[in-house]
Design a protein around this ligand. Structure first.
Ligand SMILES: [Zn+2]
Length: 236
């Protein structure tokens, strides 16, 4: 019988370790996800500013092309002036040139306005890129740390799980079920010491007969109050 008690104590110790590893793993996983989300947020701002700058640059390109076209039109019209025969036609071409020049001025103004906008957004983007680089540098060390701790946990958990399954397999099936259920429902304390006639799981007094029988009886007994499995340390 003592074998089964020792086996359960060892099993419970391993299960408690595995449980601790699992919680730490969960916490670190969450921390890692949060750090990644912060980085993604700043990256998204940089991406959005890049897209805006690109859009403005495309608009600027269109305006520039329109300006080149109008400048060509002005040059063509001006070259026609010398060949014009009538006053009426001359005035008409001058008017055409004047209109085109006004249009050009308007296009130039719009291009300059785009440049101001592009400069402003580019400097915003530069600032965000700096923020991103600093943040990335700051958290990359922590991410590496988390990665290696998690890898250590994986290795530890694999070894422990193998050992745990070996011990668990040695228990009679009904005891396995009782242990498992108690471990889950009683906060990882399925088996507890009975000391001075009391269950150390729930601190309730055990019936004296039950307590005394723990020293002699061959079956594992449960606390009548909390159901935990009981063991006693050998009398000194
Ligand atoms: Zn109890």
């Amino acid at each position: 019988m003592q074998d089964k008690v020792e086996l359960l104590k060892e099993l419970q110790g391993i299960d408690q370790d595995l449980h601790r590893i699992q919680s730490s793993r969960k916490e670190l996983g969450k921390e890692r996800a949060d750090l990644g989300a912060n980085l993604d947020k700043v990256q998204a701002m940089v991406d959005s500013l890049t897209a805006e700058v690109e859009k403005l640059q495309a608009e600027r390109k269109e305006l520039t092309a329109a300006l080149r076209q109008e400048e060509e039109n002005v040059a063509k019209a001006e070259s026609r002036l010398s060949a014009i025969k009538t006053q009426k036609e001359y005035v008409a071409v001058l008017k055409e040139i004047d209109t085109a020049k006004k249009l050009n001025k308007d296009l130039q103004d719009r291009i300059e306005a785009k440049d101001v906008e592009i400069d402003g957004l580019s400097s915003d983007r530069k600032e965000k890129e700096g923020e991103l680089a600093a943040l990335s540098e700051k958290i990359s060390g922590r991410l590496d740390e988390i990665g290696s701790v998690l890898a250590g946990y994986d290795e530890e958990a694999t070894g422990q799980t193998g050992q745990r399954d070996g011990l668990f397999g040695q228990l009679p099936v009904p005891l396995r079920k009782r242990y498992q259920l108690l471990f889950e429902r009683r906060g990882g304390m399925a088996m507890v010491e009975a000391r001075n006639g009391t269950c150390s799981g729930c601190n309730m007094q055990l019936p004296p007969q039950l307590f005394n029988s723990l020293y002699t009886i061959k079956e594992i007994q449960s606390c009548p109050h909390c159901g935990r499995l009981l063991f006693v340390l050998p009398l000194a």
